[in-house]
Each structure stands twice: as C-alpha cells, then as structure tokens.
Design a protein around this ligand. Structure first.
Ligand SMILES: *Cc1c(COP(=O)(O)O)cnc(C)c1O
Length: 622
C-alpha cells in the first residue's frame, strides 16, 4: 500500500499557463541565443540554473562566469511579472486528487524544479499551504510538505527531491512512494529513486517523449492517480493496465487483485507467447465450466469482439483449439473444395509451412518461393495467376515472423481479386497490431491466434471468414478434429458451443485481452505503440552497431531481425546475459544469415526497449 504521493507542480498539479516555459525562454534569449523548443522541453523540469546554463550552451555560446546565475535571477523576476498578469490555476482534478489521497491517509508532497522564491508565491496565489503552517487553516489544499531545489544538492533527474519528501514525511520505504510529473526528467527522477514512476500528459509534453522514459504508468492527468491499483482501497477494485486508462473489464477484473499476481521473471520479446498484463493473467486463476450459458456467452462475446476488429459485419469468427499452426492447417484443410487449387506465396518459414501442410494434406497447390529478405513480388503473382487458370485460392503470410517483413497485402489482394481468386491470409502475427482493411481489400479468410497481438495467452487460433465463403465449405474438411466448418457450425447452432474440450482459461484470458485492446484505443493505438517500440529498439541497437536485416520500408512493427554485430559476438552468451537482465530475445530463423530477432509486441513499451538496449550496451563484447 502506498504511503506517500509526490507530485510535481507546474504542468502536473498546477496550470501556470506555460509561463515557466516562457520565462525560461526569455531569460535565456536575453543573452542573445535562440532556444529550440525541443531543448527547452527537455530541460524544463531540471533546476533552473542548470537548465539556463545548458540552454545557453545549446545556443552555441559558452556562458561567462556567473551568467547562468544572473539569468536565473532574471527568470524569477520575469516569472513573477507574468504570474501577476495571469495567475496560476490548479489543474483540473488536482485539488480533488490531493484531498482524496490525504483523506485516505496517503501523505502528499509537492516538488518543483523552482527554488523557494518561486514556489512560495506560486502556492500562496493558489491558496495552497503546508500542514502545520498558519496558512493551513484557511487553505484550499493542504499538503504535507513542499520540496524545492534549494533543499537538495541536485535537481532532477537526480532522485533527491523524492528522498527529501520521504524524509519530511517519515516514510522509510521507497516502494511505498509514487512520484508523478509531466516532463521526461520528472519520470526519470521517479524511476531513479525507485518510486512508482508516473508520467502525466497534462503538461503538454508529447506522449512519444514520455513514452521513451522508464515509466510505470502514463496517465492523462493526476486525476487518474486515485484509480491506480497500488492505491486501491479494496482488492475488488478494478485494475488498470499499465500505461492505459483504467480498464473496465467485464470478467476478470473484480475477481483477483492484480497486485497479487506475481511479476514475470523477464520480459518476453518473442512474438508469441509474449508478455501479457497481470489482468490477463489474473483470468487464468479459476477453473471455469464449459457446458453452460455463461461460457457460451463468453465464446459469443469473443467471436463478436473479433468480428468487430474487422470493422465489417460480413465476417464470422471461428475459434480452433491448438497453436496457430493448427488453425492454419484447419483453414487450408477445410476451405479448399475437391476441384480447388491454392497458390502459396512463400518468403519465410511460415509461408513454407503452408506448403508443408498442403503437401501433407495432398492439396492441389503451387508455391512461388521468394527470398526471405524480400517482399512478395506482386507482378510474379499476377503472371502465375495468368499462367494457371486452375488456381482458385491465393495464400500468403502478412507479417513474415521469420524476418519481421510486412508483405504488400493490399496489392496482393488487389491482383488476386482482379483474377477472381479467393484469399487466405496468415495474419497470425499482425492481426490486432497492424491495421488491416479485410473487407476493403477483399480478404476471404484471415487466420491468427490467441497469443499474438491481441495479447492473450497461447491455446487457440481463430479464423475470420466471409460468412458466404464459410457457408460454401461444408464437407470439404480433410480432418475431423480440425474441421473448421464443423466447428463453425457448432458455434453458430450451439450459440457459442465448442466441439471437444475448449481451452477455458485461455478463452477467459482472451476476453480480458480483447477488452484491454479496446481500452487502449483499438488496433490503431496499439499499432502506434508497437511502432514506437520498434523505432526505439532500432535506434538503441544502431547505437550499439547492430543493424537490421529488413529494409525500413518493409519492416513491420511486430518483430525485427538483426544481423550479428561485427566483431566478438557469441549469441548463446548474449542471450543468457540479456535473460539475466530481464529480457528474452529470439534466435534467428534465416539459414543464409546469422541473425537474432526481437519482438516488440505484448505488454511492452518504449521504456522497456530503452532498458533492453541499455542492457545490450552493458553486455557489449564487440
Ligand atoms: C506464430 C505464427 C504462426 C503459428 O505458429 P504456432 O507456433 O503454431 O503458434 C503462424 N504464422 C505466423 C506468421 C506466425 O507468426
């Protein structure tokens, strides 16, 4: 349970109309240099003498002795004038949050990168006061202490403001402390102190900037702090997922306090199974019955939730027990009629796996093999379709997890449709993480699984099929257990009934994962997060002289293949060192090249990628 909440002032609890920013800019620019907005943003939360000194240097001038100090005095005068013209206001929800926390027995301390000469008038103009002082009786907000840069040997990102707050309130254990702020250095200082590090977006710092920091939560505003699970008054309280708004999950929330779910020993940077949220894992902790209305309703919800992700009512969803490959085999084996023939486009292990399945099932098929590091060539597809009119279906992997390349799905769909062919897409590792316009592009069947971008745990695959196409497949199956049509018909007629034992725990966790995908803002937001993860990863690896295999224009945000670095490098040692540091990466799957892979999907964030590449730098041998 948390005992102390530390809040930054300007931008976090107090809206000073950005005047600190303006005053800082003016104080620096008075010296004749020009300040870049990015630099200003980066130095905002730091103590102001240091910030002024750094900004003058960034402006290309070596500050004379005492200049930064003199400009700091100017800064205070400019700020006081600006405040008089436009008095600061509490940020929406801040007053209520600070009061609520204190009423729950949590101590509240305000910290700031200003000195007391700035902070004191600021507080007075707000009508806020420190407990035990004469102003406290009539104050709008009472806090337990205010800590300014005069009180510490160094400002943020050093953690001392937070330590001083602990000292002032007699809190002994940093694990009982949260610290919230709106700038990158606020988050960094909180992380450095060991407190729960919370970034808030109310101060105007772009989300991408804060996302690069090692935060525990990113919240829209301080008002969301009271909903953190760490502050839950009861175990029944609903739990938010990390970095998202509090989730309102229909099912597993309210069952277990996610805080009781053990942390993972390491982050899985493998493209499924992947790192899941505690709230998803919480859903696994009960045994659930299957043969009743509740479970069938759950299955219906999951199927409807999947169809909703296609954005089109033309589709129907079928769930199939087993790993993703079982669903691929079920699809290929169930949708080709006796006179059908499939053209398989292969540029990686998963494309070739479809050929293996077609061989084993003795399906009429042709495969075009492309190099693993090149995307499918649409012209060759068109030529193959022109040359062989017996072909009725085209099958392709969207994101080839072998390398992380993204095949040109829209273009392949267009050429297949122009030839009147049906489309089978293995979107196993992309569905939910990359936007796919299934109806617009004319995809007839799309297959994926529970443990990829929906961020569930392994146990079943699913096929999204055009309703009319599914109906056509009656009696086509080459396998009883993997009969997709029969499973679909059972789910339709039985209103959510599975054939054979269903992976109940997994389905419950998946329903939670689908709710969390919606709460994150849907596929678009998730895709943006994965893209930010991947960009942070590639940048950090490049800084360690590790290069990507796939050209950036064909690279997916899902998984990235890297060449072994040049020089002394042993993958087994590298893997073990990273695992000891809390990261599990993936060996390569290319026969021609020495590569390894890093997945950027799951409950992972740009801050995690930053920590990974920091660990890479620590273990560097090349
Ligand atoms: C994960 C994956 C599969 C299925 O693999 P399983 O190990 O059977 O779950 C199929 N295709 C692609 C592209 C994948 O990424």
């Amino acid at each position: 349970m948390l005992e102390l909440a530390v809040f930054d002032m300007a931008g976090t609890t107090v809206d000073d109309h950005g005047l600190v920013y303006v005053a800082l800019q003016q104080a620096v620019e008075e010296t004749g240099v020009t300040v870049a907005a990015d630099d200003l943003q980066r130095w905002m939360g730091t103590d102001k003498v240091t910030a002024i000194d750094a900004l003058i240097r960034l402006g290309g001038v070596e500050p004379a002795e005492g200049l930064a100090e003199r400009q700091f005095e100017r800064f205070k005068v400019i700020l006081a004038e600006l405040y008089e013209r436009q008095p600061p206001q509490p940020i929406g929800g801040a007053v209520e949050t600070l009061r609520e926390l204190r009423s729950r027995g949590v101590k509240v301390v305000l910290t700031t990168g200003f000195d007391a000469a700035v902070a004191t008038p600021l507080l007075r103009s707000l009508g806020w006061a420190v407990a035990g002082t004469p102003d406290a009786a009539a104050a709008a907000v009472v806090v337990d202490a205010v800590v300014t840069t005069d009180d510490v040997p160094a400002g943020r990102p050093h953690p001392y403001l937070i330590f001083r707050a602990m000292e002032r309130t007699g809190v002994a254990d940093v694990r009982a402390v949260l610290s919230a702020g709106d700038t990158a250095v606020d988050v960094r200082a909180a992380h450095n102190s060991g407190a729960l590090a919370i970034g808030v977006l109310s101060g105007g710092a772009p989300r991408e900037i804060l996302e690069r920091e090692p935060y525990d939560y990113l919240l829209d505003s301080v008002a969301d702090v009271v909903d953190l699970p760490e502050l839950s008054p009861t175990p029944e309280a609903q739990a938010p997922t990390r970095s998202a708004a509090p989730t309102t999950s229909p099912r597993s929330a309210g069952v277990f306090d996610p805080q009781t779910i053990p942390d993972n020993d390491y982050l899985l940077l493998t493209p499924g199974p992947l790192s899941t949220t505690k709230t998803v894992r919480a859903a696994l902790l009960k045994d659930w019955c299957t043969w009743d209305e509740d479970y069938k309703a759950l299955t219906r919800d999951v199927r409807n939730g999947l169809v909703a992700l296609t954005g089109s009512d033309d589709y129907t969803a079928v769930l199939m027990q087993g790993s993703g490959t079982f669903a691929v085999e079920s699809l290929l084996g169930s949708v080709l009629g006796p006179d059908d023939k499939v053209l398989i486009l292969a540029n990686g292990a998963y494309g070739r796996r479809m050929t293996t399945i077609a061989d084993m099932l003795r399906l009429p098929h042709t495969t075009i093999d492309f190099p693993d590091t090149a995307v499918v060539d649409v012209d060759r597809v068109g030529a193959a379709l022109d040359a062989d009119p017996a072909i009725t279906h085209v099958a392709m992997v969207h994101c080839e997890t072998t390398t992380g390349l993204l095949n040109p799905l829209a273009e392949v769909c267009r050429i297949a449709q122009a030839h009147g062919k049906r489309l089978l897409i293995d979107a196993m590792s992309s569905f939910g993480g990359v936007e796919i316009d299934a109806a617009g592009w004319g995809i007839d069947f799309l297959v994926s699984s529970s443990n990829k971008c929906i961020q569930g745990v392994p146990g079943f695959g699913f096929v999204l099929a055009r309703q009319s196409e599914m109906e056509r497949c009656r009696g086509f199956a080459r396998s009883h257990a993997l009969d997709l049509y029969d499973q679909w018909e059972t789910m339709e007629r039985g209103r959510g009934k599975w054939r054979f034992t269903s992976p109940t725990h997994v389905v419950h966790a998946f329903a939670q994962a689908l709710a969390e995908l919606r709460d994150e803002g849907g596929v678009r937001s998730r895709s943006a997060r994965y893209t930010a993860n991947q960009a942070t990863l590639v940048e950090g690896m490049a800084a360690n002289d590790i290069r990507t295999v796939i050209a950036p224009e064909h690279q997916s945000p899902i998984i990235t293949a890297f060449h072994y670095p040049v020089g002394e490098f042993d993958f087994a040692t590298f893997y073990r060192d990273l695992k000891d540091s809390g990261f599990v990466i993936y060996p390569g799957k290319l026969t021609e090249l020495d590569t390894f892979r890093v997945g950027t999907i799951g409950d992972v964030h740009p801050g995690d990628m930053r920590r990974l590449t920091d660990a890479v730098a620590r273990h560097r041998t090349w």
